[in-house]
Ligand binder design. Structure first.
Ligand SMILES: *Cc1c(COP(=O)(O)O)cnc(C)c1O
Length: 383
């Protein structure tokens, strides 16, 4: 059995007519840049998240970069984020000229360890970027409290958490701004790159609209040195169709996670993902931990099961970030995770039989190792 990590083709086929019509309508209008679909998606997605404004941008990375710029963060400033994240979070900080400051994560949910944030704050700190990793929100209430105490802004990296909830509030709606990626494989994915910043702050929304479009709202009149970082009308049209299905897809992801959990919790060597109190995890990724990860990774690949590692090398040990001066041992939880985590196939299109097959293959792979470890003593007894 061959099992893909995500199945975008199957998803497209399930909504093909609607998607094809939406794309054809944009082609008919030829309004490719900042067309009506962009505005409508901004309104609809902001409403879905429970905030007032949405500003479509060209990627998730740009959503974080522009959100930081909208809060006037730049050279000389420091921005705190989680050590265990995709590098884009940290790159976006670097683009502004500010310095990224990393904080280790918790071993329960792999999100930023709130108890370690205060130690990382200096006079230069301007913002905290909690990352809602794998589809589960970071512990936002204490983060917001710390931010208020030190006068910092909170910008959520919700690029993996479309529709996730924390105490009934949607990911991206709790901080001063929330940042989303519409990369094709995300829970809400376009057919190319895309992103959005959401906020309740009208001034910030206005600033973002300038920043993404050469610093201009009226053609050829430029208020600031903006960028070209817009969301395409075509992508917005695709996303508007898919947004209607997002909640249903997230429910299926959660059911799939339950099926995995029921199977894998029986295996002593596997740590399954933990859903924290007051959270609604949307399982962008289904990540387990095992001691002999590399062996399991190879075994699953060999059996046709596509798996991933998110992420194999922590930011502070990346060549690109040597200049930050961090060393091995600085973020122990993140470093252990990098060695033990493995992401199993997860999408709304995967079925129960496939999940059972994956779980059985994992059980076999792990028990084979146990038998091998026990073999020498048995061999001695026999001879
Ligand atoms: C995907 C992702 C990003 C970047 O999004 P792009 O659209 O690929 O630029 C940023 N942060 C996290 C946590 C992500 O998963």
């Amino acid at each position: 059995m061959k099992i893909p990590f995500v199945n975008l083709r199957k998803q497209y086929q399930s909504i093909q007519n609607e998607i094809d019509e939406a794309i054809a309508a944009v082609l008919h209008e030829c309004n490719f840049i900042l067309g009506e679909e962009v505005k409508l998606l901004e309104e609809e997605f902001a409403q879905f998240c429970g905030v007032k404004y949405g500003v479509g941008v060209s990627s998730g990375t740009e959503s974080i970069h522009l959100a930081l710029r909208a809060f006037d963060i730049g050279p000389g400033d420091e921005v705190i984020t989680a050590a265990n994240t995709f590098i884009a979070t940290v790159l976006a900080i670097s683009y502004t000229g500010a310095r990224p400051v990393l904080v280790d994560v918790r071993s329960e949910d792999y999100n930023i360890d709130v108890s370690k944030i205060a130690d990382a704050i200096t006079e230069k700190t301007k913002a905290i970027i909690p990352v809602h990793l794998y589809g589960q929100c970071a512990d936002m209430d204490p983060i917001i409290k710390i931010a208020q105490r030190y006068g910092l802004c909170v910008i959520e990296d919700a690029c993996q958490a479309h529709g996730a909830e924390y105490k009934g509030r949607r990911a991206g709606s709790m901080g001063d701004a929330g940042c989303f990626s519409f990369y094709p494989g995300k829970n809400l994915g376009a057919y190319g790159d895309g992103g959005m910043v959401i906020t309740d702050d009208e001034q910030i929304a206005d600033k973002l609209r300038l920043l993404r479009n050469y610093g201009s709202t009226r053609k050829y009149y430029h208020k600031s040195k903006g960028l070209n970082s817009r969301l395409d009308t075509l992508q917005a049209a695709v996303l508007r169709v898919k947004l209607k299905y997002l909640q249903g897809w997230n429910i299926v992801r959660r059911k799939n996670a339950e099926i995995y959990n029921a199977q894998l919790t029986k295996l002593d060597d596997v740590i399954i993902p933990e859903e924290m109190l007051h959270n609604k995890h949307v399982y962008h990724l289904y990540v387990i931990r095992v001691k002999n990860r590399d062996e399991l990774f190879d075994n699953l690949k060999q059996k046709g099961i596509s798996v991933g590692i998110h992420y194999p090398v922590p930011i502070h040990l990346q060549e690109a970030y040597k200049d930050l001066g961090y060393r091995k041992g600085d973020f122990p939880v993140t470093e252990v995770l990098a060695k033990e985590i493995i992401s199993l196939p997860m999408c709304p299109e995967i079925n129960k039989e496939q999940i059972n097959y994956i779980s059985k293959t994992i059980a076999k792979s792990l028990s084979v190792k146990h038998i091998l470890e026990r073999t020498p003593s048995k061999v001695i007894q026999l001879t």
